[in-house]
Design a protein around this ligand. Structure first.
Ligand SMILES: [Zn+2]
Length: 249
């Protein structure tokens, strides 16, 4: 591909632009990994389950306490009814023996019911004690799970903020570099970079290979590149420029 030829500083800036873009992409990937950190996700799931367990334990205790109260009320009203009947029976106001007999049977029946309510009440109190212990444990487990999640999220946020700061520091460098690359070369670079996995240019290595795809570059093409022309790699389609490695050493 023919081009007007570029100054070495322009080609060098193109490679530096690629270096910065790769660096920014690397940091952005690190941000993504941080956001999707499986450890944080696992702790979030554990905290959710622990919270659900605590809510269920609280609801269960409330239900049992309701039963305790209900059985106590039933026992109290049954006792009151028994007392009322007995006052009448022993108050000398009822003379009919048939009526007295019926009242006696009613009292007997009520005593059976009272016994059942008292038994159910005691059973509910025992159950409430067990449910209270269970709730304490569930709340402690929830606190632990929430603390662990909090720690993990704090670390996650700190790591994310550090990576974001890295990107913010790199972006102006990238913009400054991009401004040093001639417009036509820059738009070609951007096009190729968008379609080639984020790498738009490769440096021709001393071994005669494209720095992006590592495939050997034909001798004639390599000569043009070494002469300072912006060419295209036959193998990967990326822009190909001379390397400045030798000059740095
Ligand atoms: Zn290549």
């Amino acid at each position: 591909m023919n081009d007007p030829g570029f100054q070495r500083s322009e080609l060098h800036s193109l490679l530096e632009l690629q270096r910065l873009d790769s660096e920014i992409a690397r940091v952005r990937q690190a941000i993504d990994r941080t956001i999707k950190d499986p450890d944080v996700e696992a702790r979030r799931e554990q905290a959710l389950q622990a919270t659900q367990a605590a809510v269920a334990a609280k609801e269960r205790l409330a239900k049992i306490n309701h039963t305790v109260t209900w059985e106590e009320k039933e026992s109290d009203s049954t006792r009151a009814e028994i007392n009322g009947i007995e006052r009448k029976m022993y108050g000398g106001l009822v003379s009919s023996s048939k009526e007295l007999d019926q009242m006696g049977k009613r009292v007997e029946q009520l005593r059976v019911e009272l016994g059942l309510h008292e038994e159910a009440g005691i059973a509910a109190i025992v159950e409430a004690e067990e449910a209270t212990l269970h709730l304490d444990q569930a709340v402690k487990a929830q606190d632990t799970a929430l603390d662990r999640l909090d720690d993990a999220e704090t670390k996650q946020n700190a790591a994310g903020a550090a990576f974001e700061a890295e990107v913010r520091a790199l972006e102006p460098q990238r913009a400054a570099r991009a401004a040093q690359v001639p417009g036509a070369a820059r738009s070609r670079y951007e096009r190729v970079r968008a379609s080639c996995g984020g790498v738009g240019v490769g440096a021709l290595g001393r071994d005669g290979r494209c720095g992006a795809c590592l495939v050997g570059v034909p001798v004639l093409l390599a000569e043009k590149v070494r002469a300072g022309r912006l060419e295209v790699c036959d193998s990967c389609g990326r822009l190909l420029v001379r390397s400045f490695e030798e000059e740095r050493q």
